[in-house]
Design a protein around this ligand. Structure first.
Ligand code: NAP
Length: 371
């Protein structure tokens, strides 16, 4: 089957890729299934495979390597290095370990997973350029960077090797549309859209989903396919959905052939407009959970050794931009009427530290009454 290629590139890759993060492998028969899914995805034209050393502690890369046995040239492998490995020599070592796990001689795209606020971006980029010079890496990418960091990177010797930016982008999080997406269009960078299906949470029961259902019925497609087609409306965007189900994988691949008309795009844009509100930080509570800080003291202590930790990130926030708004939910059970923090725990505490709790934080609030 011949599927559309990604629009904004000189390389022949499919318009929709495959993600490989979290809960994706658990050894044994599950690995065999994942290998089959990856190979089927390539057969269906989803040739960009996005992975990372951190996924299943290196195991996702190993599974990708096994899936590519005898088929390496058919796929475009994108991997990353973790914030802990941001120093020049560590970037190189991390990529060499990825090469071993992936059982390949080259990585098509090496990306910064998250920049480390205490390591100069230019130092990480130097390590990445060295890998290109050594022929171990073909292209470079930036992940979870602010628009300012993307501009900074474009201005270094790594600039000519930069192919992509990887950010969260879905109907649930459209924060990149303000400055990052225009920057990608301007510099002809791909935008690898991660969590494009909002981690499977685009609920058909959400009143806004009526629009998606109507368009899906017209296109004889699923809601997920409409969402992927909506993301692809910008030539820079290459969504990388993750699926462990053969039916979903086939659906996602086929979404590359769906082109929405302007009217459908505008209806979806309007229904899922993203409202960012400034919220006082003491109107928010952080629910208890694994590896979560619920108080400022805990966040400063950083006993889980999060990298970056809240205090590291606070320094960056003081002098620059917040990557994206945090996500909150209206909590009708909270006796103090506060919002519950859903996403952005490190960013929240970093903001509190940076502004000493005196500045409202940009947030997207689920469950707010319209009006
Ligand atoms: P996602 O792709 O938005 O959502 C995955 C969920 O959607 C799974 O539960 C999957 O369930 C479901 N799904 C997939 N296709 C579907 C379909 N056609 N219909 C209905 N449900 C469907 O979320 P993600 O895994 O967070 O993101 C995708 C990839 O982005 C990751 O695998 C990773 O490679 C990358 N990522 C990068 C970063 C970063 O910091 N750079 C962060 C997060 C993710 P089934 O398995 O049942 O299909």
């Amino acid at each position: 089957m011949s599927l559309p290629l990604h629009a904004s590139c000189h390389l022949e890759v499919g318009a929709i890729g495959q993600g490989t993060a979290l809960e994706w492998t658990d050894g044994g028969t599950r690995d065999t299934h994942c290998i089959q899914m990856l190979r089927l995805g390539i057969d269906l034209g989803m040739t960009v495979i996005d992975t990372a050393p951190i996924y299943e502690n290196g195991h996702a890369e190993e599974v990708v390597g096994r899936a590519l046995a005898g088929r390496r040239t058919e796929a475009f492998v994108a991997t990353k290095f973790s914030p802990e490995a941001s120093r020049r020599e560590h970037v190189i070592r991390s990529a060499e370990e990825s090469l071993r796990r992936l059982r390949t001689d080259w990585i098509d795209l090496l990306q910064i997973h998250w920049p480390h606020p205490s390591v100069p971006l230019s130092e990480s980029l130097e390590g990445m350029v060295r890998l290109v010079e050594q022929g171990k890496v073909r292209h470079l990418g930036l992940g979870n960077c602010t628009a300012g960091q993307i501009r900074e990177a474009l201005d270094t010797p790594a600039g000519p090797h930069l192919l992509s930016v990887q950010q969260e982008y879905s109907l649930a999080d459209r924060s990149i549309e303000a400055s990052i997406l225009p920057l990608c269009d301007e510099h002809q960078l791909w935008l690898l859209a991660y969590s494009p299906l909002a981690r499977g949470k685009i609920a058909p029961t959400d009143p806004r989903a009526v629009v998606l259902m109507e368009i899906a019925a017209k296109c004889e497609s699923s809601i997920a396919q409409v969402v992927l087609a909506w993301l692809r409306r910008d030539v820079a965007v290459l969504p990388i959905p993750r699926s462990g189900s053969e039916d979903h994988l086939r659906e996602n691949a086929a979404a590359a052939t769906i082109d929405l008309c302007e009217d459908d795009v505008s209806r979806i844009d309007a229904a899922y407009a993203m409202r960012v509100e400034p919220v006082e930080t003491d109107e928010i509570f952080v629910p208890d959970g694994d590896g979560v800080y619920t108080t400022l003291e805990e966040a400063i202590e950083n006993r889980f050794d999060l990298v970056p930790g809240p205090a590291d990130l606070a320094e960056k926030i003081e002098s620059g931009e917040l990557l994206k708004p945090i996500k909150l939910a209206v909590d009708r059970d909270d006796p103090h009427g506060r919002y519950r923090l859903l996403e952005g725990r490190v960013r929240y505490w970093a903001w509190v530290i940076a502004h000493r709790g005196k500045r409202p934080i940009p947030a997207v609030i689920e469950g707010l009454e319209e009006g």
